[in-house]
Design a protein around this ligand. Structure first.
Ligand SMILES: *[C@@H]1O[C@H](CO)[C@@H](O)[C@H](O)[C@H]1NC(C)=O
Ligand SMILES: *[C@@H]1O[C@H](CO)[C@@H](O)[C@H](O)[C@H]1NC(C)=O
Length: 366
């Protein structure tokens, strides 16, 4: 019996340890490329000629510094990236743990087409992410996308669904990483899950521009567990290694004004009084000026002003409210739009962190 248990334990730990580990996927930065004989100019010939990947359609292997018309193509990590032309895709099989949640982080840059879109999928989930240049000035952004593994081996596919006149038109892709997510729970210290944003997508140690969490429909598959992104635009997930973060190692920067709202639905007891407390600050990223965060708890709202000198700092804010529903929508957005003063083009905005929702026994009269 004991021996059988031991065998079971060993085999289950073997199963676990064979699942993919956090970080860059095998050849996720495309530094290993096709043999010269598998290239026709920049076009990759052969389905399996990029190590660890399977391609379909018009895929190009791009070297940093390569010219396209008068545009210089720059690659964020290492020397190489791929470009997905019309209807092109790249695929890698991932060994995962069935039932676990994962987040994919990948770098993408728009090239010639105006409205480039990527369909990222792990069957049966998919997300169609618009690739825009509006978020950061160097053209590259890192995007996050979450999925739940229904099988122990899954296909990750990035597919350019676009059909342009020039078949080579399409987004550049580089640096694809994965992170296992441990769904956070509510505690007796906080009715909200992941209120400090410590659990979230992989951030590349060498990238200083954070990760965009795009608008998400299902919160059960959010790359930022517990949270959903409402409205049309992304929010930015930032780390303390590259930004000023009010508490812990991670926070969220609201970069698209009222168009990038972050929300969570909290279970509440009708008639009970709650306090919603949070921190508002700036990321130390040259995002200056008068900022305003609007926080909502159901129909109650508070506007929190914050004067940013762009050098980091934060303040504390509290909204006290009486719950009128069994489910209360907690939501934050920025009243204003901001751009960084150092490049005058990247979107930026106030940072929120340490969001706590607690019921209180003896409410203060306000
Ligand atoms: C995205 O890709 C998945 C998997 O290939 C597919 O099922 C889905 O229909 C695609 N969605 C769109 C909008 O292209
Ligand atoms: C990150 O930067 C360090 C130092 O420049 C370098 O040695 C390392 O290879 C880089 N890592 C990645 C994933 O590019």
């Amino acid at each position: 019996m004991a021996a059988l248990l031991l065998v079971l334990l060993i085999s289950s730990s073997l199963v676990l340890s064979s699942a993919i580990s956090d970080g860059l996927l095998p050849n996720g930065d495309f530094e290993k490329g096709p043999r010269p004989s598998d290239l026709k100019g920049t076009k990759v010939m052969g389905r399996l000629s990029i190590p660890n990947w399977e391609i379909s359609g018009f895929v190009e292997y791009i070297k940093s510094g390569q010219k396209q018309g008068d545009m210089l193509l720059v690659v964020p990590e290492g020397d190489f990236a791929v470009r997905l032309g019309n209807d092109a895709s790249i695929k890698q099989k991932l060994k995962v743990t069935k039932g676990m949640h994962y987040s994919i982080s990948f770098g993408a840059a728009r090239t010639c087409a105006q409205a480039e879109k990527l369909n990222i999928s792990v069957t049966p989930d998919f997300g169609v992410l618009p690739i825009q240049t509006m978020y950061s000035s160097n053209g590259w952004d890192t995007y996050a996308w979450g999925f739940r593994a229904d099988f122990s081996q899954v296909d990750l596919v990035l597919h350019n669904t676009g059909i342009e006149e020039d078949p080579a038109c399409g987004p550049l892709i580089d640096s694809i990483a994965v992170k296992t997510l441990y769904p956070p729970r509510r505690t007796n210290q906080n009715v909200l899950k992941n209120g400090g944003f410590e659990e979230g997508p992989y951030i590349f140690p060498n990238t200083s521009w954070g990760v965009l969490v795009p608008p998400n429909i299902e919160d059960s598959h959010s790359p930022l567990p517990g949270w959903i992104i409402e409205s049309l635009k992304a929010v930015k997930y930032i780390d303390s290694a590259h930004f000023s973060v009010p508490s812990g190692r991670r926070a969220v920067e609201i970069i698209a004004g009222r168009e990038g709202a972050i929300a969570q639905i909290a279970p509440t007891i009708v008639g009970k009084t709650y306090t919603l407390s949070f921190l508002v600050g700036d990321a130390n990223n040259a995002c200056q000026g008068s900022m305003m965060v609007e926080a909502f708890a159901g129909k109650d709202t508070i506007k929190v002003g914050y004067k940013s000198s762009g050098k980091g700092g934060f303040k504390h804010a509290v909204l006290q409210f009486k719950a009128t529903e069994m489910r209360t929508r907690i939501m934050f957005y920025s009243s204003y739009y901001h751009i960084r003063s150092d490049d005058t083009s990247s979107l930026c905005g106030p940072v929120i962190d340490e969001v706590k929702l607690l019921s209180i026994r003896r409410p203060m009269m306000v």
